[in-house]
Design a binder for this molecule. Structure first.
Ligand SMILES: [Mn+2]
Length: 365
């Protein structure tokens, strides 16, 4: 039996209503993903470790380095796929995973491989085709790479194929925080039709969306913590893939829930009660009757953070402070991306394809 663990969207730099989430994310990674990964035959990081330009980006990068080096020390190979949040978008094609690539290049962590560009990987004996988020500098067209590069390579048949990516799913949800208060970059989509044509038996695993579950055939690992109040009802999880001879052409995919911090929304509509708040992140939807500090009004004394938001018509504002922060950082990035995209219209850069070829050769494919 071969076991692969996949996890993504750690977002180690995030805050929820001003409450710093790094300690929560670190606990999920080290206490829950790590034991599973150390017993596995390989680990796949599915993207979105951290934005590169936030105050706690370095903590998230250090966590990834610690995690990867511990896996390497125990001879568990790992591959790390860049997400839209990881890209610097300064034209150099580097990401928050680049420090990991540096350590790997230095030779201390041989089984660690970083993918800021598409490429084939061998995770032990398991072939994995990798589709990271296409940054402006490493822009590629996923359908072209599937049909014109990967389809021509001679993949080993020892284990069934995994395709792992950090892309958007056509007709996927547009109401999650990855599309609203945490939006970054532009939508580049899974090439599902070419994959169905060229690799109909592949098992697809992806990051980006924070709610775990299967989206149009792609197993979305989800985030390890609830990061925004629209994730209150998510079940944070990672993926455990299992395959053995006799199991057919696809991996068995298990969603493994983790012990994420709870979120609770209290509606100030008459009930005015919060029964379980210890350790929770609490949101109070204020209909105008909330008075801060009023004794007994809401049992939120044990919550780690409380955010009060006004009810506006039939809509509830999400975490207005965090939204303002993301919006300010996002504007500059969006302007650059749109400018370059309109000028280049998604070319497949020959140099990039050459590098994919080099990856194929390095894996003997
Ligand atoms: Mn993402």
């Amino acid at each position: 039996m071969t076991t692969i663990i996949a996890s993504g969207d750690w977002h180690g730099d995030e805050t929820t209503a001003g409450f710093i989430r790094f300690a929560d994310v670190r606990a999920r990674v080290m206490d829950e993903v790590r034991p599973a990964a150390l017993q596995s035959d390989g680990f796949i990081f599915l993207g979105d470790l951290t934005d590169p330009d936030t105050p706690r980006a370095h903590l998230a990068v250090a966590l990834a380095c610690e995690f990867a080096s511990e896996l390497a020390k125990h001879s568990v190979p790992s591959i790390w796929i860049a997400g839209n949040h990881d890209t610097t978008e300064d034209g150099h094609g580097t990401t928050t995973l680049s420090p990991l690539a540096g350590i790997a290049r230095g030779g201390g962590m041989a089984p660690v491989d970083v993918y800021e560009e598409p490429g084939p990987a061998m995770l032990g004996d398991v072939p994995v085709l990798v589709l990271p988020y296409p940054s402006v500098a490493n822009m590629y067209t996923p359908s072209t790479v599937i049909e014109q590069v990967f389809a021509d390579c001679d993949l080993p048949e020892a284990s069934p194929l995994i395709i792992a990516g950090h892309l958007w799913v056509d007709e996927g949800p547009t109401d999650g925080s990855e599309s609203t208060s945490m939006a970054r970059g532009r939508g580049v989509y899974w090439p599902l039709k070419p994959i169905t044509k060229c690799f109909p038996q592949a098992t697809l695993v992806g990051g980006h969306y924070h709610r775990a579950g299967k989206l149009r055939g792609v197993h979305i690992a989800g985030s390890l913590e609830r990061l925004r109040f629209d994730e209150e009802h998510n079940v944070p999880s990672f993926l455990r893939l299992r395959w053995g001879p006799g199991m057919g052409a696809q991996w068995d995919v298990e969603y493994v829930p983790v012990n994420a911090r709870a979120m609770t929304t209290v509606h100030m509509d008459g009930s005015k009660a919060c029964e379980r708040s210890a350790g929770h992140l609490v949101r109070i939807i204020d209909d105008g009757s909330y008075t801060p500090g009023e004794p007994g009004l809401v049992g939120v004394g044990d919550a780690v953070a409380v955010v009060v938001v006004p009810a506006v018509a039939d809509r509830v504002l999400l975490d207005p402070g965090a939204k303002a922060d993301v919006g300010a950082g996002e504007r500059g990035i969006r302007e650059v991306v749109e400018l370059v995209v309109s000028e280049s219209a998604y070319p497949d850069k020959p140099a990039l394809l050459d590098r994919i070829d080099a990856r194929l050769r390095s894996h003997g494919l």
